[in-house]
Design a protein around this ligand. Structure first.
Ligand code: ZN
Length: 209
């Protein structure tokens, strides 16, 4: 049995959490874009090239992302499958994945309305160490202070209303094309349910190859 998955869903959809749960259940790696970049040897030329883009706040070019993905998918832990999260980001990347001969079995689309995404993201508060809380749920024990490390909590610029609007716009532009590209593989899942129920819907919807 092999399970090669792609997770789609806007920021705040719980996509990463679901990917983690699936990775545990099926014992296949959860591969996010951030992890891909972090896993690169810090002295490698590839890492240096990527760092140039990231330091400038630019997107890493598609061919470079896929080059790194190809290396990652060649590792032994991917033999039984994998869960891609954040890649492919667009149809160009999807086509490059296909070109390198990688089959995809299921594409999970976690659906959350723009209103709900806006509510979830704008209530998000983080500390400088990346611990995440919310003004709604989960709230920190003491308002404005991280439970884990005691650092002050703040709102990232990315989570402010104007930025959220822009992020959603880009997300919908790119995702609508990906949904079309993968139309026969899509499993739509209602992301506005408790985490366990979202998870059960995904598991029930998976088609095994
Ligand atoms: Zn913290």
């Amino acid at each position: 049995m092999i399970m090669r998955l792609i997770m789609l869903g806007p920021a705040g959809s719980g996509k990463g959490t679901q990917a983690e749960m699936l990775a545990k259940k099926y014992n296949i790696p959860h591969i996010s874009t951030g992890d891909l970049f972090r896993a690169l040897d810090s002295n490698s030329d590839l890492r240096k090239e990527i760092k140039k883009y990231m330091d400038k706040g630019e997107l890493v070019p598609d061919d470079l992302v896929i080059k790194i993905l190809k290396e990652r998918l060649g590792k032994p832990d991917c033999e039984k499958g994998f869960i891609l999260d954040g890649v492919p980001r667009n149809v160009t990347q999807a086509e490059l994945i296909k070109k390198m001969g990688v089959e995809i079995d299921n594409v999970i689309n976690i659906e959350v309305s723009d209103e709900e995404v806006t509510k979830r993201l704008s209530s998000r508060r983080v500390c400088k160490n990346g611990h995440i809380f919310s003004t709604i749920y989960p709230k920190p024990k003491k308002e404005g202070v991280c439970d884990v490390c005691g650092e002050p909590l703040f709102q990232r610029d990315d989570d402010k209303p104007e930025a959220i609007k822009e992020r959603l716009k880009i997300y919908h532009e790119q995702t609508s094309k990906l949904l079309e590209y993968y139309q026969n593989l899509i499993i739509p899942v209602n992301g506005e349910q408790p985490i366990e129920e979202v998870f059960n819907d995904i598991v029930d919807g998976l088609k095994w190859m």
